[in-house]
Write a protein that binds this ligand. Structure first.
Ligand SMILES: [Zn+2]
Length: 317
């Protein structure tokens, strides 16, 4: 058993010690931080469960601060699902307080240590963006399913069935990514985005990944960093860069202008969903849809003839 698993289990054990508010057959009120967690819980939970996300489309979780209404919702909930791994950096103090009397599942920390990437060379923290690899997200789905089953014993068969179906979709998504990206030559496997959210994508699909800002979004990219990246784009003949839904595109546009000034044609490959999903009620507003969009957009920007409407023929184009 590794350290992260222990940390995760520790929170679960605390959960078991807390009073069981929702008994079999009763509804359960769950509050999640990011949309990816809320959608995963929705895919797995039975219909008598209420699930909401604090952070909507376009919200940056590194910078997000809760409102008074959010605190009320968290306090009234039967179960809080947060990502952990320091993703919700501005909410750490609040969770430390709430954790003394509420059930908090840090679902992102269910990913075993050996699959986690270091945040940077200097710190002991891990990069939190594990949702960028659908295979790693299966651990998060497992943790949510286990927590739901422990709280809703009578629904455990339905939860198990939903969980199996969702995990099968994650595996199909992982394989779809490998299929459509297989033809991209090694030297063109570079993904340049606004911040370092895609390193797990890079690790899963053998891409070099670079962000203009660092992993967190709270430091501004310096002019030096832009110039350094312009050199690299020209050196590696990178064809496309991407903007992110939850980040400003100012730095990415500076890269396009910087390379154009040196006669290199760098195109905007499209918008990727990094730390938040697409609009509620759309396919891109689900975890699978968000990742289908990212995989398909990256492949097509690099010249692959991937299906325009993605793996499930549902992408809005
Ligand atoms: Zn991020």
């Amino acid at each position: 058993m590794n350290i992260n698993r222990r940390r995760f289990m520790g929170l679960s054990t605390a959960a078991i010690a807390a009073p069981h508010i929702a008994l079999a057959g009763q509804s359960l009120n769950i509050v999640c931080t990011v949309g990816m967690l809320a959608d995963t819980a929705k895919q797995i939970a039975p219909s008598n469960v209420t699930i909401r996300a604090l952070m909507g489309p376009g919200t940056d979780p590194h910078a997000f601060r809760q409102t008074r209404g959010d605190v009320v919702a968290l306090t009234k909930s039967d179960l809080i699902i947060r990502h952990g791994l320091y993703l919700e950096a501005q909410m750490e103090d609040l969770f430390a307080k709430l954790g003394k009397r509420k059930t908090i599942l840090s679902a992102g920390e269910a990913v075993p240590d050996q699959h986690l990437l270091p945040y940077d060379d200097a710190s002991a923290q891990y990069d939190p963006h594990v949702w960028m690899d659908p295979a790693l997200w299966t651990h998060v789905a497992d943790a949510i399913a286990a927590e739901l089953s422990s709280k809703l014993l009578k629904n455990s068969a339905e939860i198990a069935e939903n969980h199996a179906r969702f995990v099968a979709n994650l595996i199909r998504l992982k394989d779809y990514g490998h299929d459509i990206l297989a033809s991209v030559p090694k030297q063109e496997r570079v993904l340049l985005t606004a911040h370092d959210a895609f390193r797990y994508f890079g690790s899963a699909y053998d891409f070099d990944v670079m962000g203009v800002k660092g992993i967190s979004t709270t430091s501004e990219a310096g002019l030096y960093r832009i110039e350094e990246l312009v050199d690299l784009i020209i050196e590696r003949q990178i064809k496309a860069v991407f903007v992110e839904s939850s980040q400003s595109d100012r730095n990415i546009r500076a890269l396009i202008e910087g390379t154009a000034a040196r006669d290199h044609d760098l195109k905007l490959g499209g918008q990727l969903f990094s730390d938040a999903m697409g609009p509620a009620g759309t396919y891109e507003g689900t975890y699978v849809g968000m990742m289908d969009h990212n995989l398909t957009t990256i492949a097509r920007a690099l010249g692959v003839d991937a299906p325009t409407r993605g793996m499930n023929d549902k992408l809005n184009v």
